[in-house]
Every structure is written in C-alpha cells, then in structure tokens.
Design a protein around this ligand. Structure first.
Ligand code: FAD
Length: 289
C-alpha cells in the first residue's frame, strides 16, 4: 500500500464533526452549528489538529478511522528563482522558513521546515512544475522592467535578472525590494549589489520597514520616485509585483494608480484606464500569495 501524506495542521470539518459526535461536547457542538461559522473560524485561528484532540481528549479513534478523516497534504508552490541559462542543471528556490507561536506552542510550516530542517542534503522531494502564465520577462530584451518584490517575492526577479544577464538583454531593470530588516532579510544582497555595479540593475530601491522608527515600504519608495517611474512606464516598461498578497500587492497597486495620477497628470478614472491598458497589454503582471 502506498502511503499518502496527510495534513495534520488545520482540523478539517469532518474530523471536528466526528469529535463532536463521539464526545457530545456542548462547546464543540455549538461551534459546529451552521449559524456559528464566524465563531468556529475564530476558534480555529492558530489551532491545529493536535490542539483540538488535546482539548477534547475523550474522543477515541482507531488509526484508519482517524486518517480517513484527514485531508491529503496539499502541495506547496514556490517560484523558481534561477534561470536555466545561468544554471543549466539546477532549479533554485527561495524559501522563507515559517515558524511562529500560537496558543503557547511553537509551530512549524510543513514544507518550509521540511526543506530547511529535515530533508538534508541527500534527501529527495517529489516535485512538479506548474507553468506560470504570463509572469515572465518581456520577450524583447530591450523592454524596460520594473520589479516590485517583498520578502521571498524577490525569487522570480532573481531569475528574470539572471536570464537578462545570460541573454545580454540591453533593457533597463529597476528593482524595488522590501522586507523588515536589512541586516537579516536582504536576500541576494551580494548578487544584487554586483549586478548594480555591472549596470544590469539600473536602479535598486530598498525599503526595510523596521530599520527606523517610521515604517517604510516598497510603495513609499515608488512614490518617492514617481516622476521617474512614470517615465519608465511611458517608455514601455513592464511592471511586475511578487510577494505578499494581503497587504503589499494592494498597497503597490494603489501607489501605482497615484503615481499615474500625480506624475502622469491624469484623473483617477484615466489612471484606472491606464492601468487596465497595462494589464491588457500584459505589461502589469502579479504573482502574489
Ligand atoms: P504551512 O504548514 O502551510 O503553514 C502556513 C500556515 O501557517 C499559514 O497559511 C497560516 O495559516 C499559518 N501561519 C503562518 N504564520 C502564522 C502566524 N504568524 N500566526 C498564525 N498562523 C500562522 N513561499 C516562499 O517561501 N517562496 C516562494 O517563492 C513562494 N512562491 C509562491 C508562489 C505561489 C504562486 C504561491 C501560491 C505560494 C508561494 N509561496 C512561496 C508560499 C508557499 O507555497 C507556502 O505557502 C509557504 O512556504 C508555507 O508553507 P509551509 O508548508 O512551510 O507552511
């Protein structure tokens, strides 16, 4: 029998229902009422299967029964952060290790800590390639690129830049990179600095949000250079965003609209139209998660 990995993180509904049925615990039974979806979500926040089993510890399962109530372990996606032209036999990933604490317990991200702590140098990992639709450097090597990345969102841009270096693409490249602290989070610092010295990176603007009393983000750096950024867009630049979907992508989108309004002298409606045109022309691409 082939072992299928299962997810022992977030408790699935069938498992909760079964725990409730077996324990008749009034608290859990109430949480599972159709009207209490919000309360259930609040309860589950930061809790894993282990926490629920510890709390409702009179639930008893036979191993097979228990496993059958779990979800299959979902694959994790990672951007490829290298170009095959620069590393013909390799694929590089840029993985942020997920570690946090909830309800008094240290937690580990399944895949990121597997890669960081457990697989070792000789272990193997099952992988598949999912092609990205449209999130790639411009076909024309002379087309300018503006790249905005936060944290591991730098990954595809390192690949883009390696590709442009390997193909000697003459187009200018502008990278905005943001994270919390320059000291610990400036990914690929040496490679980026060397590309800047060589002229492959035309502009490198960084925003380390926690290195000064006031928070500075990539979108603030964009606004500081609104005129220049507008000029690049008018010169046909592609605009890429990668990284945090919750805040960064929205804030960057907002800043882009504002820059088109202020530096491009457009009304909010015309700026929105300009952004839509960029999207239609596949010049505005996002890969956010
Ligand atoms: P999991 O076991 O999945 O745990 C993550 C979960 O833990 C979160 O969903 C959240 O529920 C919970 N959690 C995390 N932090 C906290 C906290 N502080 N408090 C409470 N709960 C918390 N990741 C990269 O590192 N590099 C990439 O290049 C990359 N590219 C991606 C591209 C795409 C298109 C997508 C969709 C995702 C990408 N990711 C990337 C994210 C990656 O797929 C994984 O989600 C990430 O590595 C975490 O997986 P994990 O198994 O380590 O953590």
């Amino acid at each position: 029998v082939k072992a299928l990995p299962v997810d022992i993180g977030t408790p699935p509904k069938p498992l909760l229902t079964e725990i409730s049925r077996r324990t008749q615990n009034p608290r859990l039974t109430t949480l599972l009422q159709p009207d209490n979806k919000e309360q259930l979500a609040e309860y589950l926040e930061g809790r894993q299967i282990h926490d629920v089993l510890t709390e409702f510890d009179d639930a008893r399962f036979r191993p097979q029964e228990f496993i059958a109530l779990l979800r299959k372990l979902a694959p994790r996606l990672y951007s490829i952060s290298s170009s095959l032209k620069a590393h013909p036999d390799e694929v590089h990933l840029t993985v942020g290790i997920v570690r946090y604490k909830t309800h008094g317990m240290a937690r580990k991200g399944v895949c990121s800590t597997f890669l960081a702590d457990r697989v070792g140098e000789t272990g193997t990992v099952p992988v598949f390639i999912q092609p990205s639709h449209g999130f790639k450097p411009p076909t024309e090597g002379a087309t300018p690129m503006i790249m905005v990345g936060s944290g591991t969102g730098i990954a595809p841009f390192r690949a883009f830049l390696e590709e442009r270096e390997a193909t000697e693409a003459p187009g200018p490249n502008w990278l905005f990179f943001g994270d919390q602290h320059a000291e610990s989070d400036f990914l690929y610092l040496e490679q980026l600095e060397s590309w800047r010295e060589k002229g492959l990176i035309t502009r490198l603007d960084t925003a380390f949000s926690r290195d000064q009393p006031e928070k500075i983000y990539v979108q603030d750096r964009m606004r500081e250079h609104a005129e220049e950024l507008w000029k690049w867009l008018e010169d046909g630049s592609h605009f890429y965003v990668c990284g945090d979907a919750k805040r960064m992508a929205k804030d960057v989108d907002k800043a882009l609209h504002e820059i088109i309004e202020t530096a491009g002298g457009k009304s909010p409606e015309d700026a929105a139209d300009y952004v839509n045109q960029l999207k239609k022309a596949k010049r505005y691409q996002r890969d956010v998660y």
